[in-house]
Design a binder for this molecule. Sequence first.
Ligand SMILES: Cc1cc2nc3c(=O)[nH]c(=O)nc-3n(C[C@H](O)[C@H](O)[C@H](O)COP(=O)(O)OP(=O)(O)OC[C@H]3O[C@@H](n4cnc5c(N)ncnc54)[C@H](O)[C@@H]3O)c2cc1C
Length: 362
Amino acid sequence: MARPTTFPGLRTQVPLAPRTTLGVGGAAQRFVEATSEARLVGALRWAADRGLPVHVLGGGSNLLVADRGVEGLVVQVAVGGRAAVEVEGGVEVRAGAGEGWDALVGWTVERGWGGVECLAGIPGRVGAAPIQNIGAYGQEVGERLAWLRAFDREADAIVTLGPAACDFGYRHSRFKAHPGRFVVLEVALRLTPGAAGEVRYAQLAGHLGTDAPTLSATRDAVLDLRRGKSMVIDPADPNRRSAGSFFLNPVVSTDAADAVATAAGTDGEAMPRWPTADGQKLSAAWLIQRAGMAPGFGEGAVGLSTKHTLALVNRGGATAADVIAFAAEVRRRVHDRFGVWLHPEPVFLGFDRPVEALLGDA
Ligand SMILES: Cc1cc2nc3c(=O)[nH]c(=O)nc-3n(C[C@H](O)[C@H](O)[C@H](O)COP(=O)(O)OP(=O)(O)OC[C@H]3O[C@@H](n4cnc5c(N)ncnc54)[C@H](O)[C@@H]3O)c2cc1C
């Protein structure tokens, strides 16, 4: 019997730019919105049976889509549902992968459950949160992950993974290392009832002016700080079309960090640097600024945010090629000045060459 050539609700040539926060790129050759787990797994199996490449889309806030569009099937995860159960020493919050991340944070803060209040204002959906182990103001989602359920496309089975199996690191996880294998269906967080807000970040402490803020005061302060950097999506903000931080903070050896500090000639001002297991993490935003690119740098359709040197902004009418050309220019200037290559944080979708080749690494 011939296989059906279509899947219920399958659409073709669906523009992806409006489904991403950067607002650039072409269309999905085939597109399905999956509002239930059954539909999501059904669509993944349908594509596998036909040998079609599959790409998973959440809220499109960490994506750069190619101008030529994306071949195969794009599945947008819209599986909803929230629940909370009491567990020993805490509460376990379970959310469908298609729930909005920031709304989930607001829901937990309202109920007095601490642990993710500093991750307020991060756009996107719950299922993407573990992919790059989202983090901000001293918290990372991986610290609070109890387990997640995912469809393992290699094993053709639903699996439950604990935090150790996710291999979380700085903006990194097993899912980021093996893109496409696991599609997250549901995430469970272990939170602390009655907790005070967690203040691990000097800028947040300064803004709050107290060591023991409530959860909601902490969330509000985080949102305030983020608004000041155009790091929440606001339709009225001229910096709104971005993917957040475009570059990761580079991790270099201690000797290399010393060399950067010398090259920067910091005039007594300490260069931001944090020890890690592999060396020293530097601030990409600081390097960009010190390489001569101030907020708002760039003449064309793509430039630096006027509020934050780490965000590349589509000022209107930009293409993915414009974003890549500008990102390559920023990286080259930082490399020329400090000998450090910055690496992009967003996922590149639909390109015919690896990211390094697109950005012109040495
Ligand atoms: C203004 C702004 C501020 C930001 N601030 C922060 C910040 O402070 N900290 C931070 O860490 N990030 C930040 N980000 C980046 C982004 O919001 C996060 O990475 C977010 O988790 C992406 O979610 P999404 O649903 O939009 O994912 P998408 O952009 O749609 O997808 C990102 C990646 O995750 C994969 N993916 C999505 N859903 C699933 C799923 N269910 N299963 C498997 N894979 C999946 C996609 O295939 C893709 O590879 C910011 C972005 C913006 C625009």
